[in-house]
Design a protein around this ligand. Structure first.
Ligand code: AMP
Ligand code: ZN
Length: 113
């Protein structure tokens, strides 16, 4: 999608600090980290704007992203745990309309809001 920030990051039009990439997903460090380790995992294709658009037809990528997160957590030695967050819609504070999974780690994360 032309005016999507994360599509521009995938295309390299906006710089990012890459954590991981394959044919389906891209992972990069969040520009405003909310934890000592904070990266985002996104589908490369603009498959859906938010988790509110997940359907039977397009949901396979969600399971795949969780597989990638588990692999990255092992590689980055997030042995003491991590949190995966997806903000969905306005009240959750979603600011970028390209589905994404925050991975937060690197110390005690406190309780969820
Ligand atoms: P959300 O608020 O759940 O939509 O998350 C969007 C996230 O994207 C926020 O945590 C931002 O800090 C992050 N973000 C915005 N622009 C960039 C960028 N250029 N590079 C990396 N992360 C970004
Ligand atoms: Zn996009």
């Amino acid at each position: 999608m032309d005016d999507c920030l994360f599509c521009k990051i995938v295309k390299g039009e906006i710089p990012s600090k890459k954590v991981y990439e394959d044919e389906k997903v891209y992972a990069f460090y969040d520009i405003e980290p909310a934890a000592p380790v904070h990266f985002l995992v996104i589908p490369k294709e603009h498959i859906m704007s938010s988790c509110g658009e997940v359907t039977e037809e397009n949901s396979a990528i969600i399971g795949y992203i969780y597989q990638v997160i588990a692999k990255l957590a092992r590689e980055l030695k997030l042995d003491k745990g991590y949190r995966v967050v997806t903000n969905c819609g306005e009240d959750a504070g979603q600011t970028v309309q390209h589905i994404h999974f925050h991975v937060l780690a690197g110390g005690p994360l406190g309780k969820m809001a």
